[in-house]
Design a protein around this ligand. Structure first.
Ligand code: AMP
Ligand code: ZN
Length: 462
């Protein structure tokens, strides 16, 4: 299997599951201070597909994700306020309540999207402070840090590889830094970043704070991921690390400097970065007010899994423009697929045939999910008998997570009705519209209605 690695800028082969059976996988999690929007959904759903794909290819996966509930400032360059504190002030709630509420919303959204939470080890930043302090101590002992009145910083000039992920040189960072960004006048280099903020100055009233060798305060956001990935995966080098492309120039650059600075070992073997969901060419985000949430999808009567179908159609490294027409059409295609499965009895997954072999080839090519979707449709049109068709589709769906058997379970459309629908499909294929109309009337008379879509028909109870 090959995955594109941002650091080496090429698709890199993973060792085979026979020789390397366990993959360690760390995902930068959400900062839980605001609503989860469908841009976040694209990113975490694709992580879920990556994990399912690795399992399908024969690996065991250890998946760790953090929840950032402290330390993430509004500016990536240590400027601004803590996002949690800001959210709490705005909503007149405590930071702890805000974190709890938005984390619950996040997981609820993930569940609806069929993201498997059960096999994710979830670590909360506020519960791993000691682990962060331990790494910071190591960095201090190795001469990577310095203190000012306000914070303890990582000194980027002590890490010659700084910038290797994004390909930016330190000199360019100095030139690019705006004067007003240097909030702490004792900070030496604009790219230096806080490992520990002291509870003084702009943070004198910070609600969340802990004792540390550098005074009462709270950790910086970047150190969280270094500490939690190593803690959760019990490894200093991890296989796969994912995040949005926005994390490449600062957050992940800083994670590398801290982790490799502390351990002297390579931190990550495969850096996987997800492109954004956009609206009219702009990143979907809270600040741009161009976002939609799960509620908006449900309010339009669209199955949330249609989003999954929609996202699968675009490669994770390509930006994707969100439109209602596209999600509506994904909803129709999904219903069409489900309806075609609706008439088959029990399915047994884990089949192996020409189609599942091809599925492995597509996934092995840096997760070509669009080909997987096309393959689903190909199987429905294939010469396989109904049972094999269902079994094959459900095997593919174990990776895609579209719940394609849901219609069968939830609606259990009578055999007689699906037979009429199949006959009608044949009649339409043969351009026999008189027969097709008669069959539609029969379906209606049985208490069901049929909708035609380009990808197939949908049978619904009236
Ligand atoms: P945040 O809570 O804003 O830090 O975002 C959490 C994760 O979601 C990060 O990995 C972001 O890169 C990702 N993300 C935020 N907005 C989008 C978007 N519009 N499309 C895809 N991913 C996004
Ligand atoms: Zn992170």
């Amino acid at each position: 299997m090959q995955l594109y690695d941002t650091l080496s800028r090429e698709k890199k082969e993973l060792p085979s599951p026979e020789t390397y059976p366990i993959i360690t996988f760390y995902a930068c999690g959400p900062t839980v201070y605001d609503d989860t929007h469908i841009g976040h959904m694209r990113r975490y759903m694709m992580d879920d597909v990556l994990k399912r794909s690795l399992k399908f290819m024969g690996y065991d996966v250890q998946h760790v994700m953090n929840i950032t509930d402290v330390g993430h400032l509004t500016g990536d360059d240590d400027s601004g306020e803590d996002k949690l504190e800001k959210g709490a002030k705005k909503q007149g709630k405590t930071v702890w309540d805000v974190a709890k509420e938005y984390e619950e919303q996040f997981w609820l959204t993930m569940k609806v999207l069929n993201v498997h939470k059960e096999d994710i080890t979830v670590l909360h930043a506020t519960k791993c402070i000691d682990d962060m302090i331990e790494i910071i101590k190591k960095l201090e002992a190795k001469g990577h840090t310095y203190q000012t009145d306000e914070a303890l910083y990582f000194d980027v000039t002590t890490f010659p590889d700084y910038g290797k992920l994004s390909g930016q040189k330190l000199e360019d960072k100095i030139q690019g830094a705006r004067d007003d960004v240097r909030i702490d006048t004792q900070k030496k280099h604009p790219a230096d970043f806080a490992l520990w903020f002291k509870r003084v100055g702009r943070f004198a009233d910070h609600t969340m704070h802990w004792e540390s060798p550098w005074g009462d305060g709270f950790p910086g956001w970047h150190i969280e991921c270094s500490a939690m990935s190593m803690k959760g995966l019990r490894a200093e080098t991890i296989d796969i690390h994912t995040g949005g492309i926005d994390h490449i120039p600062v957050h992940h650059e800083n994670e590398i400097a801290q982790s490799e600075g502390a351990t002297g070992k390579e931190f990550v073997k495969y850096w996987v970065h997800h492109a954004f969901l956009q609206v009219d060419g702009q990143k979907m985000s809270k600040s741009k007010q161009n976002f939609y949430s799960l509620k908006d999808i449900e309010a339009k009567g669209i199955d949330p899994l249609a989003l999954r179908y929609l996202f699968l159609q675009t490669h994770y490294r390509k930006p994707m423009n969100f439109t209602w027409e596209a999600v509506q059409s994904a909803d129709n295609s999904l219903k069409g697929l489900r309806a075609q499965l609706a008439h088959v009895n029990e399915s047994s997954t884990d089949v192996s045939n020409e189609y599942t072999k091809r599925a492995k080839e597509y996934l092995a090519d840096d997760l070509n999910t669009a080909q997987m979707v096309a393959l689903l449709h190909e199987v429905t049109k294939s010469n396989l008998d109904d049972q094999s068709k269902t079994d094959t589709i459900m095997t593919l769906d174990s990776v895609l997570g579209l719940d394609l058997d849901r219609a069968f379970v939830a609606e259990s459309i009578p055999d007689m009705v699906t037979k009429l629908a199949e006959k009608r499909k044949e009649a339409r294929k043969a351009n026999d519209f008189t027969a097709s109309d008669i069959l539609r009337d029969k379906i209606n008379a049985s208490g069901y209605e049929i909708e035609d879509h380009t990808s197939g028909y949908v049978i619904k109870k009236k």
